[in-house]
Design a protein around this ligand. Structure first.
Ligand code: AKB
Length: 325
């Protein structure tokens, strides 16, 4: 049986990834790695082992890998695109110095490693429509610089040392569990919270701005399926384009209005977020992922909207009931 360590297990993707891995591999086989101040709570804390894992501390990572006899590491620690622009040195330290530590430990202890890349690894010169798997990657953000470096360093460790590194380029991820923090695509999560709370949504991204997006269950499935894929079929490794839906703000707004006709949205464009969004693909070509490891997403915008609204209503109602007790 595999033993898995998730680094960044209390973050937006890490928290749900840890629970999904526990479901598939057994609770005791999946360690939730977190940093002080972002401790796990509730089910995440109670359902399985957890340990402090600071990605910038190689000895700390090594101790946890040794203690739990880890075979696979999901390295989810990173700063998102907007926050990385205001903290570029920290973004590099966590994203790249951290990755280097993970790869060195993986090399010594024969672990496989998943480290996500992103649509942020592309830049203004990249073809925006059906962005190819192998194409120009000259991002102008620090987030993008760290993601391209992640891809290159991960491939380097595979070719040079045989470390089994794998990665996907995540689109904006939409979820009803842990909110994202500091990303360009966060608006596509925030809009659902405003809709369910009955508040007017102020959209920071301009009408007509297309970006790839994905519902969390598909994102989790992508990461785990790639890690479980037959290595003989993989022509690419770091990193695969994956896509499921691409929309602009007015399209997600219309999708929500079909169920909540009184919901209102106005625009107040954030220039930094808009510049980043404009430099990213409109929609990626994910045929390599489909051919090499059978990637096939389940959710469309409409099915995601239905599920998000049901789950968020329930979540906010439970929260309100708990507060009134
Ligand atoms: C962000 O907006 O920074 C992230 C991403 C697309 O990688 N959600």
């Amino acid at each position: 049986m595999k033993n898995v360590l998730v680094i960044g297990a209390t973050g937006q993707i890490g928290s749900e990834l840890t629970m999904e891995l526990r479901e598939r591999y057994g609770n005791e086989h999946v360690v939730a790695g977190y940093i002080h101040g972002a401790d796990p709570h509730g089910e995440l804390k109670e359902s399985g082992p957890s340990a402090v894992v600071d990605v910038t501390d190689a000895i700390n990572i090594e101790c946890v890998v040794k203690k739990y006899n880890i075979d696979a590491i999901y390295n989810m620690a990173a700063l998102l695109s907007v926050v990385a622009e205001s903290k570029p040195i920290l973004a590099w330290k966590v994203g790249i110095d951290g990755l280097w530590n993970v790869l060195e430990v993986a090399r010594a202890y024969h672990c496989s490693v998943f480290t996500p890349s992103s649509i942020g690894s592309f830049g203004p010169e990249t073809p925006h429509l059906l962005t190819p798997q192998d194409t120009t990657q000259r991002p102008r953000t620090m987030y993008g610089v760290t993601k391209v470096t992640t891809e290159l360093l991960s491939d380097y460790y595979y070719h040079k040392y045989g470390v089994d590194t794998r990665s996907v380029r995540f689109p904006g991820i939409i979820s009803n569990v842990t909110p994202p923090g500091g990303g360009t695509t966060d608006y596509a999560v925030d809009i659902y919270y405003s809709a369910v709370k009955g508040e007017k949504f102020i959209c920071p991204i301009k009408k007509g701005t297309l970006m790839d997006m994905m519902y969390m269950p598909d994102a989790l499935n992508a990461a785990i399926s790639l890690m479980e894929a037959d290595p003989k079929r993989l022509i690419h490794r770091n990193s695969f384009n994956i896509a499921s839906m691409s929309f602009a703000p007015e399209t997600i707004y219309t999708s929500i209005r079909k169920q909540l006709p009184d919901f209102e949205m106005v625009y107040d464009v954030d220039p930094l977020k808009q510049a980043i969004a404009d430099s990213w693909p409109d929609c990626m070509d994910d045929s390599c992922a489909r051919n090499e490891w059978d990637w096939n997403p389940s959710y469309s915008l409409e099915s995601m909207t239905s599920d998000m609204l049901i789950k968020l209503r329930k979540k906010l109602l439970t929260k309100a009931t708990l507060m009134s007790d």
